[in-house]
Design a protein around this ligand. Sequence first.
Ligand code: FAD
Length: 474
Amino acid sequence: MSDHYDVAVIGSGPGGYSAAIRSGQLGKSVICIEKCGKDQTPILGGTCLNVGCIPSKTLLDSSYEYFKAVNHASDHGIKIKGISFDLEQMLVRKEKVVEDLTKGVSGLFKLNKVNSLRGTAKIKKDLTIEVTDEEGSFKLISADNIILATGSKPVELDFAPTDQNIVITSKEALNIKQVPNEIIIIGSGAIGLEIGSIWSRLGSKVTLLEELEQLLPQADKQVSTAAMKIFKDQGLDIRLGTNIESVETKNEKVLIKCEEENLEADKLIVAAGRVPYFDDLLDENVDLLLDSNGSINVNPFCETNIKGLYAIGDIVRGPKLAHKASEEGIMVAENIAGLDSSLDYELIPFVIYTHPEIAWVGMNEGQVETLGIDYESASFPFSLNGRSLASRENQGFVKVIVDKTKDSLLGVHIIGTNASELIQQAIIAIETKLSAEKFGSLIFSHPTKSEAIKEAASLINSKAIHISNRKRKK
Ligand code: FAD
């Protein structure tokens, strides 16, 4: 006999836990199965809460507090003598934040009557779920609807196998106990840049090896060019177009042979992207359709080719982002409950939590050009924004891209402090089809960094106040 539920969710990351909570709110009987945990108790929150978004942001914030105290406090007239940091305490604080948040998800499960079960789930051909615990005993679960939310794992490179000590992934890189003298990172995407920033601020010499010829190719070119310069000034050595030939560990060091030169470091962090993770999840008779890149194939509503089986988050197409995973979880839960829910995949914001932060939503200039849209773009620098100057956070700019005939916003790109927060207003503006003129005419509080977005939008119609309205040539 199996336990039966309306909805069974496999995986408790942001996709899975959001789907489970929303299903509970909508009156469904729901169980969430999670393989990570201690004894019988699952540790909820997935990659995001345990080894991804949250621990990385906690260490980014701790390291930036230190960096600011050392480098900028004196500009504010603050004198600090003998400043140092306690890495152990930073790591303890990180663990505490993670623990509070994962326990928070357990609390939300209770509040919304979501059952949780620790164990590794496997889907059988008849779509029953076999859950195996650490001792190897089985439990069978059946459900009218199954939501797969098993996330992703780091890309493994044949020439650089990880050993959890010297050649490591982002997971171990967020738990290094002593600041390494030299770190090399393979990959200069969001994860590589964020982890590189943490250790660079704490004193490591950080080199990022990138095989592509452009930093952050998905970002607007103007933003990635500015980012490259800023990161270089910060001491991050980003080498584009690098071809690695071999990696070897010897005497607690790693030797990296590149086409161009040989490098040596104390740690090599492999941050070359992530791939969908559903190892051993499906019995071989389950005929689930996959995409050519190995993701589980789904339609815009996250339905797989098997009725009643859904897949969300990092195991399906689209960017591997926590907010995309959770919104997909909510959409699926609502549709299972008979509501009519959908997502606008064009409006997913991207953020890189370096300093300054980088954030964007909508199309970049290259994409707009390729589509042949008659557009106009304008940029407003934070160096002309009062609040940014007051806080000494005046690097970067806001760039808006606007459809010339409709005056509607097509994309907003920000490199600057608090870009992760500022970008949300662009999402609302694009979603509600606010014209650049209307956006620019809204009353924003002064002095705020948000005024830079208002001014960038105003520039489109030559109505900016704090900068020349001369048109920028395309
Ligand atoms: P996951 O969060 O990966 O959760 C999947 C869960 O399924 C895991 O808990 C796993 O144990 C469980 N599971 C797997 N197989 C089984 C099984 N067979 N049975 C039971 N349970 C199973 N995204 C952002 O949006 N912002 C960020 O700032 C950000 N920072 C990141 C930093 C790092 C270092 C990393 C690695 C990732 C970061 N991400 C960030 C990406 C984000 O973590 C993922 O996009 C997000 O966690 C995906 O959510 P998910 O629900 O699809 O899967």
